[in-house]
Design a protein around this ligand. Structure first.
Ligand code: FAD
Length: 578
């Protein structure tokens, strides 16, 4: 019943979207699952031919003018080309480049925007501006994969997204159960510091009328009370003893840093160094032990260093004596799709996009040939991975044993997202989410007040919470475990278990990156190998970057730019990321 309702919701949304691209100018998405236009190759090729010269306004979406970005690219001859890392790589690159020239000459590759300073096809010494149509395999249909698919299809490339599951979206997927919508990988919000990307995300949800806007209200459930977040700015709400401990430790840490104490390498010592022993004891250590499920001294500090803005001492002193301070304004306003959960953004990225989305299509073999690549036996000019590296590594031929060994050690931290559908006797408090730092509050580290994200996330007269519980592969939730979790949230004063009318849960194996002490060195080597291999890899677990969906979209944009250069030059992939 829930599935039928979800399908109905989805179908009704299909009629609502106003895409950035005029529908009659775009080839429809052709899916193996039978969705969209299942027309044959020749029909698709014809619609592509018709598209030439009518380029979709992709640049307006990201606020840049296309001609400002296009460069004159010097095509090096094979001998004078840039240094290659390996003889094999050089041979493949050379073979591909000469095949590219030959295909252009034979008319097999379509050349657009071609301006020559020497007579074509002496491309090796010409400064030219051109783009070729490429067939590109994208491994993984999360937000990274489908965004890139959309951008490439808009450039008339043959983009094929291979997704192993029966729905695209990865960590951005949502579910509807008994009329309650929830996000499968914990509460997601639409937010970006980059306004172009934020607008793109909102546009994918149907524009401003398709999203619900919220002023963030976050709290920490600190024993018997709610304390404003960030914790430093809420310190005045603690007991007097705790305020003294926090301030004493904070000032001592501040003085030690001024005296030159260096930044510690492990996360536990970093917390003391940066926040002091009081803040460590009353929030930072218990909360982080809960979410990372480990001894914090086994974690590195470098990943957090740039992420936590330092609150001015004056602000903390003000807060300690009861004056209000707001803390950082990060995500102070956020958006959420009015209907369908966060996945609506993914669906809006797929609709009217023109790439070939293949669901239920796990990637089982990827190889490089002299002419390009094969994926599951099918030929491609380029392969871009966005799937988690440990899942895709066994399929990719040619990865050195040392790099494979490092990928095997990139174990993730998993998250279980649990829905509690509630009968409401009174309105929900207007919180966005709360943190639960202490073990006696049960295993959840965060509870989202999910029906506050959009009034349509719950049926009339009802509300919903979503709890997040992390683990390292050792938790197997069942109905009793969920019941116990509800009871622990009752004990913590978050909800009344008597009012729970529906529960559901989803376990996500790849949720957080294990930032252990060996991680940075390991991932640097893995990324370096991929970046010179001819493959491109990006995405939260495709590159192991602690990225939200907006940053995945920014990465997709960078990869798209790089592929434009490849299409213009015939050079192999050599991505560099900012
Ligand atoms: C608890 C939590 C809260 C978050 N909150 C937010 C938030 O509020 N806002 C926000 O913007 N972001 C948030 N994020 C981050 C966001 O979910 C991710 O950045 C984003 O979804 C990553 O997308 P991706 O496409 O890179 O990877 P994924 O979503 O992991 O997609 C990878 C895809 O590859 C597929 N795949 C795997 N193996 C294969 C194979 N062999 N063949 C084919 N396909 C394969 C998978 O099925 C999956 O669909 C949150 C994440 C978590 C865990």
């Amino acid at each position: 019943m829930a599935e039928a309702r979800e399908k109905k919701d989805h179908d009704s949304r299909n009629h609502r979207y106003s895409s950035t691209y005029p529908v009659d100018h775009r080839p429809q998405c052709k899916g193996r699952d039978g969705t969209g236009d299942a027309g044959g190759d020749s029909q698709q090729a014809e619609s592509r031919r018709q598209l030439l010269g009518r380029h979709p306004p992709i640049d307006r979406v990201f606020g840049q003018k296309r001609h400002q970005r296009r460069q004159h690219i010097r095509i090096h001859s094979h001998r004078e080309g840039p240094q290659r890392e390996s003889a094999d790589g050089e041979e493949l690159a050379g073979a591909r480049q000469s095949r590219f020239r030959q295909d252009v000459q034979d008319g097999k590759i379509l050349v657009r925007h071609c301006r020559l300073t020497r007579p074509f096809p002496d491309a090796s010494t010409s400064t030219i501006e051109r783009e070729a149509r490429l067939k590109i395999a994208i491994l993984g249909g999360g937000i990274s994969g489908v965004t890139l698919g959309r951008l490439l299809a808009a450039d008339n490339h043959d983009a094929v997204v291979f997704e192993k599951s029966d729905r695209a979206g990865g960590l951005c997927k949502s579910r509807v159960v008994d009329g309650f919508t929830y996000d499968e990988a914990g509460g997601h919000i639409i937010y970006s510091k980059d306004t172009d990307v934020l607008n793109w995300q909102i546009e994918r949800c149907g524009g401003p009328e398709g999203v619900h806007k919220t002023v963030r209200q976050t709290r920490i459930r600190w024993h018997d009370r709610y304390v404003p977040y960030p914790f430093e700015n809420g310190v005045g709400h603690l007991t007097k003893e705790a305020i003294v401990e926090c301030m004493d430790g904070y000032i001592e840490a501040h003085v030690q840093r001024r005296l030159g104490q260096t930044c510690p390498k492990n996360f536990k010592d970093w917390i003391d160094w940066r926040m002091g022993s009081g803040f460590a004891k009353h929030f930072m250590v218990p909360y982080n032990e809960k979410i990372w499920c480990c001894d914090l001294s086994t974690m590195a500090s470098e990943w957090v260093a740039g992420r936590v803005p330092e609150a001015p001492v004056t602000d903390i002193l003000k807060s300690a004596v009861g004056m209000q301070t707001d803390g950082y304004s990060h995500q102070s306003i956020f958006y959420f799709p009015l209907e369908g959960g966060f996945e609506t953004m993914v669906r809006g990225t797929i609709e009217n996009s023109g790439f070939d989305l293949r669901l239920n299509s796990p990637v089982e073999s990827v190889a490089q040939t002299k002419d390009g690549f094969t994926v599951n036996g099918e030929s491609f000019d380029l392969v871009v991975n966005t799937a988690p590296l440990p899942l895709i590594e066994p399929a990719i031929e040619g990865i050195p044993a040392e790099i494979r060994g490092m990928i095997h050690k990139l174990e993730p931290i998993s998250v279980i997202s649990i829905l509690f559908g509630m009968k409401l006797n009174e309105p929900m408090p207007d919180y966005s989410w709360i943190y639960l730092p202490f073990p006696e509050q049960g295993p959840a580290n965060r509870v989202t007040f999910f029906s506050n994200y959009s009034p349509r996330n719950a049926p009339d007269g009802h509300g919903s919470f979503m709890a997040e519980v992390t683990h390292r592969g050792d938790l197997r939730p069942d109905a009793q475990w969920v019941k116990d979790l509800g009871a622990s949230l009752g004990k913590a004063g978050v909800l009344d278990p008597k009012d729970i009318v529906t529960t559901d849960w989803t376990d996500n194996r790849f949720a957080y990156i294990d930032q252990n002490l060996g991680f940075a060195e390991r991932i640097e080597k893995v990324r370096a190998w991929f970046d010179q291999s001819g493959y491109i890899t990006f995405g939260r677990f495709g590159r192991y970057e602690y990225h939200n969906s907006d940053q995945c979209i920014m990465r997709a944009r960078e990869v798209h730019e790089h592929i434009r250069e490849i299409a213009a030059s015939g050079q192999p992939a050599r991505p560099t990321f900012t």
